[in-house]
Design a binder for this molecule. Sequence first.
Ligand SMILES: [Zn+2]
Ligand SMILES: [Zn+2]
Length: 365
Amino acid sequence: MNVTVYNVKQGDSFLINNKECFSGVLPLLVDTGCRKFNMHRKVSVSLKSELFSILITHSHRDHMGGLKDILINPKCNVDEVFIPWYLPEILQINKILKKKFAAYNSLSLPSFKSIKLSFLGEGDNVYQTGCDNYKVLNPPKNADQVYEGLMGDGLVSQTNDVESVITRLNELGFDVDIRDVVDYSPEITPDAEQEIYRAQARKFVLKFFTTMSSFVFGAKASNIKSKVREHLELLSNHTSIVFKYKCVNDGLGWLFTGDADTEAFSRIMNGKYKNYLKADMLKVPHHGSKENLDAVTLGFINPLFAIVSHNNFKGKGIDRHPHQEVMDLLNIAGVEVFYTNDVKKNNKVIMKSSYSRPFSGLFKF
Ligand SMILES: [Zn+2]
Ligand SMILES: [Zn+2]
């Protein structure tokens, strides 16, 4: 048993602690939950002063909120932080949209002065050991592919006229400086692939704005904020790191999915790395949301077990997870599901938390 599942309510945090794997492979903390769950304390208890790495699946606070506290905690010895391609761009888009997203802006990449920062995209191995037991399947390293998946066929009718989109956004009350978009140049880039990254990162930021033309022209000032926010939230989930971890001791394959959506899985299923999607254990994407897992994807992954990290419908608005549809899907497929918290309906527990059986033999809560 070498995976720990932390209960961070609606959020993710997992520790893969495989010492017997390969030289150069360190324990890997996958996401850090929201800040209030104090993962810096929990990890220092689990690992003592052992060196470890962190993988952030995407920019949302229920996945990276605890990162900063871990990095500044002297009891946490972090060797390297892995982030998805485009994460700096998503944080930068936040800043470009500034005033209207003041609260959202507080999330930023901490300073990485003494820590190695690595970018991961499709085809990479998390650890550069030559082994592919930590294979990255998402996001694609091509910005066009990101938006094709996100926008579907609607993209065909998009305008490429970024100026008119930004003019309209400014009319609607957003304070966007067009130069921040068209002159965008990433401050940090991967060590390798710098030129490729710069070109794609610039396209990524530009496309975020041009793909907004599908709704900014028809939108009213009263609802534009929520539409822009949704566009950004979906983009962040869509570019979550998805990776397959294969344990060398027991041969079990784990699929870590962040909050990736069905479009991301459908791209992987039709691509070069599709066979890596098949897994024994599935971290159900996005806390059991129906926008993120469908029958086709589940059938393809074909897991024996699944973990749903959620807070029993206590999220806001559309974030009330897990959705009944996903619970039904997993049930019909005969998957044994571990829930991080009780699932209640009308004050009745309809699905018990797996804390009542903390040692499944596969992982520990
Ligand atoms: Zn999440
Ligand atoms: Zn998310």
